[in-house]
Design a protein around this ligand. Sequence first.
Ligand code: UDP
Ligand code: MG
Length: 320
Amino acid sequence: MKMNNTLYIVVPCYNEEAVLPETAKRLGVKLNDLILEGKASPKSRIMFVNDGSKDKTWQLIEELHQNSKFYVGVNLSRNRGHQNALLAGLMTAKELCDVTISMDADLQDDINAVDAMLDEYAGGADIVYGVRSKRKTDSFFKRVTAEGFYRLMNKMGAETVFNHADYRLMSKKALEGLAEFGEVNLFLRGIVPMVGFKNAVVYYERSQRFAGESKYPLKKMISFALEGITSLSTKPIRLITLIGMLIFLISIIMLAVFIIQWAIGVTVSGWASLICSVWAIGGLIMLALGVIGEYIGKIYLETKKRPRFIIEKVLGDDEK
Ligand code: UDP
Ligand code: MG
């Protein structure tokens, strides 16, 4: 069993002055318990990443750091969004620790799930996904839109873990794998499963935001979904190709129907040829767009320079 590992809890924060003091307090207590129980080494830290907040978030982080060595901070040059802020924190922590746990600043994720995550890690998992067991506390609207979001994503070829947000444990090894992905359009929930390694799932109940407002209103959620889909897969392009083929097929069927109608003498002259060519040309244009898109899709995937493999372990001469 892996004991006494240095744990970094990474928390991205954007305009979180309302909730940060409470979050810091609770995480501080949690980390202290973990250290006392020997589940985390005394070098473990809570890392707040300030994502270009416009309020006092960074001042609060500085104060926390001054008062206790358990709090450390990373300040971004400007607002780069949740995903980039999280990556910045993880990549900084990677050099300093054995294992990270990322979570939101608003205490929506039950921090007591940390113990179960660390147990899974001790049991050999390199990535542990925190998954919401239910969404009782989310509004009906948020629940439906959020669950629709996961379904759409998976349909469109962006493989994600259902009902898992960014509450997860990653070992140093998994983080090193993640670092190999040179993606500019970052969608961690889709990338992390691509890293591979042994993984596990821990269920927890999601509660309401402790204070402050959600930084993900519907508009941002939709753009997040589009970002996720278009940055992970080229399936939408395939869809255009298929629709183009379908429309072209319909035009041919229509042509056949009109020829039969003409043969039995029930036609309006001129109309059939017109409507058929409209459909045929429309279909052909979409088909052509789709084919061009397929090539652009390939170029796009190439420019991402994703790693083609990540080595889990090498058995060599110096193996004990
Ligand atoms: N966040 C961030 N940068 C942003 C927006 C959000 O770092 O541009 C952080 C935010 O402080 C929080 C987390 O991302 O810790 C999730 O945001 P939020 O709780 O508002 O999203 P929701 O839970 O409502 O989906
Ligand atoms: Mg939240």
